[in-house]
Design a protein around this ligand. Structure first.
Ligand code: FES
Length: 164
């Protein structure tokens, strides 16, 4: 008995299905695995503090965090909204973080301004060693409570999300 066309098709489907399952598993792992950080401690070098100018927010993809400079004070702010976990972008025109999901707004230091978020943006500890900024992503500090507005300034301009 030779190899039939039906046998080849069945085998092809099985191999294809197996590869799809492998790819789906790999994709799920990539989405859910812990963030890759340098070293077992979760510390990541972010370059010179001088790279982060006052009034700016710089996204660090590897840590999924924002490094913001509020009047000379540097913060490493988690990109994950404390409300329901959406990714919070920085709005250049307003100078604020504006969550696109339910409209929470935070100042450049991650302090809560408005919206359903229960607190300000969560943070990671920052240190400076030999003029290198280092963030420890293995540690999270809950964002400041409502009403903590030590760095609140007026909005620079129009909001990106139209929510404040
Ligand atoms: S997830 Fe950000 S306001 Fe709801």
């Amino acid at each position: 008995m030779g190899i039939t066309r039906r046998y080849l098709l069945r085998t092809g489907w099985k191999i294809g299905g197996g590869m799809l399952a492998l790819l789906a598993g790999w994709t799920s792992w990539e989405l859910l695995r812990p963030l890759t950080v340098a070293g077992a401690s979760g510390k990541m070098k972010l370059g010179s503090p001088a790279n982060y100018k006052a009034g700016t927010a710089t996204f660090v993809n590897q840590g999924r965090l924002w490094v913001s400079n509020a009047d000379g004070h540097l913060f490493a702010l988690s990109q994950k909204c404390p409300h329901l976990g959406c990714r919070v972008p920085f709005c250049e025109s307003s100078g604020r973080f504006e969550c696109p999901c339910h409209g929470s707004v935070f100042d450049i230091a991650g302090e809560w301004i408005s919206g359903p978020s229960p607190r300000g943006m969560d943070q990671h500890p920052l240190t400076v060693e030999n003029d290198v900024l280092i963030v420890d992503t293995s540690q999270k500090i809950n964002g400041p409570d409502h009403g903590a507005v030590a760095f609140l300034t007026d909005s620079k301009g129009p909001a990106c999300a139209g929510n404040g």
